[in-house]
Design a binder for this molecule. Structure first.
Ligand code: ASP
Length: 442
């Protein structure tokens, strides 16, 4: 029998109803041996996550303001849940200890991590699994960086000793001092991936409140199709272009160990969800896996006759951007033209200085700036070597009356990126979706 590692996000463990679903899911399959949990998340719109309340306690304590009532809110939430689950008193000694540590001045990472810690203790009792505190096994260096190999070694040695275990997400400790260190927000995804790698899992199930990824943003496209399977590379392209997916660092440990990630819905456990795998599924009929994009880019279009015969032009332009610490997204070029696409977020305050430096150092014949450009990536390894994909895409855009301002296709043929005006963004996404949502390979 294989091993499944399940990570349950904040909404899956937010209250008693959700915890019961979680329990049912875990106990329904004996291979679900290791469970990683987030702190209780929001139960309804406008509710506060336990992690946010804990950060707030710390801010109050730092400013000499009373924090005990805030901490009582946290305690009350856990007490009510423990009571309804018939697990009264399970957490009492832990509350006392946390309260004492708050009084004596604990770190912000320590207090933030206690939501996961308390939930881990509670859920271990609920499932009858061992509780493993990641503080000793998930290790960080002195700059707060995750020590991935050291962690893998320590975690696998420990987890080998357990048939079943619950491990709180989101934190570990500094390898030297042993003090708690947290990941960035949403970091329980990373813990799940580390545990999956450490136990050599066959699959890393990431349980959340959606049945996997959708082919396009549902705020733009009505009822988009779910993505059944996506490769790590495709996912990277889509998330880079703004699709909100997993914590980036969460992909890495699963990817190096070639462990598929399965995004599942705690509220609809029969849905298959999305599989994220190392390789594109060769049996997939889909040409396009997903469409994502974002608004607010600037294109700087530089024209200089005989640019292509000179040397070092591109390097000089890029070094000007580097001087201003600006990342560029794309660099489409022609014989005597070079366009640099940058995010408004990075360039806005330095745009004039960058233009000035380009003029001074490179004496172009002309330089034009187009603001308010949106980029849209149409991603799919199924596009590779498939004929007619770009024809279909550009026909769809033309028929939707979208003016294409820029085109870029990587040589991997895995994505086609188009630049359109911000105002055309939604219309363009809908047009591309319509063109490909029902298209399959010839
Ligand atoms: N509880 C943490 C947060 O709210 C970590 C997590 O849920 O993944 O960011």
């Amino acid at each position: 029998m294989g091993i499944k590692v399940c990570k349950f996000g904040g909404s899956s463990v937010a209250d008693v109803i959700q915890l019961k679903k979680t329990k049912e899911i875990v106990l329904a399959d004996a291979s679900r041996r290791f469970v990683v949990v987030s702190a209780p998340g929001k139960r309804f719109d406008g509710d506060t996550k336990i992690t946010d309340l804990l950060y707030l306690c710390k801010t109050h304590a730092e400013h000499g303001l009373p924090w005990d009532q805030l901490f009582d809110v946290v305690v009350d939430r856990f007490v009510a849940v423990s009571h309804k689950l018939g697990l009264d008193d399970t957490l009492d000694e832990h509350f006392d200890k946390i309260r004492k540590n708050l009084e004596t001045g604990c770190s912000s990472d320590y207090i933030a991590s206690r939501g996961e810690y308390l939930n881990g203790v509670l859920i271990a009792a609920l499932l009858g699994f061992d509780f493993v505190d990641p503080q000793e096994y998930i290790l960080f260096g002195k700059r707060g960086e995750l020590l991935i190999e050291e962690t893998d070694k320590a975690l696998s040695q420990e987890l080998e000793k357990h048939e079943n275990a619950v491990i709180p997400g989101f934190y570990g400790s500094d390898i030297k001092t042993g003090q708690v260190v947290t990941f960035s927000r949403g970091g329980s995804d990373v813990t799940g991936a580390l545990v999956a790698r450490a136990v050599g899992a066959d699959v890393y199930e990431n349980w959340t409140d959606v049945s996997g990824f959708l082919m396009a943003d549902p705020r733009i496209v009505e009822n988009p199709k779910p993505i059944r399977s996506i490769s790590y590379k495709e996912l990277r392209e889509l998330s880079y272009m703004g699709a909100s997916v997993l914590h980036d660092e969460a992909i890495y440990p699963a990817r190096v160990a070639d462990i598929p990630i399965n995004i599942r819905n705690t509220n609809r456990p029969d849905d298959e969800g999305t599989y994220i795998t190392a390789h594109h599924d060769p049996n997939s009929e889909e040409i396009v896996t997903g469409i994502a994009g974002s608004k607010d880019f600037t294109v700087i279009a530089i024209y200089k006759s005989l640019m292509s015969t000179g040397k070092g032009f591109v390097r000089k332009v890029l070094s000007i951007l580097e001087d201003y610490d600006i990342n560029f997204e794309h660099l489409p070029s022609g014989i005597d033209t070079l366009s640099v696409v940058v995010s408004n977020e990075y360039i806005s305050e330095n745009l004039d200085k960058v233009i000035c430096a380009i003029k001074q150092q490179l004496s172009p014949d002309s330089i034009d700036v187009y603001k308010d450009i949106a980029l849209i990536a149409t991603v799919g390894q199924g596009m590779t070597r498939e004929r007619g994909v770009s024809a279909k895409l550009f026909t769809a855009l033309a028929e939707a009356d979208v003016n294409v301002r820029m085109i870029d296709q990587g040589s991997s043929e895995m994505n086609i990126i188009v630049g359109v005006e911000n105002a055309d963004f939604e219309r363009a996404i809908r047009a591309i979706y319509q063109a490909f949502s029902n298209a399959s390979k010839e």
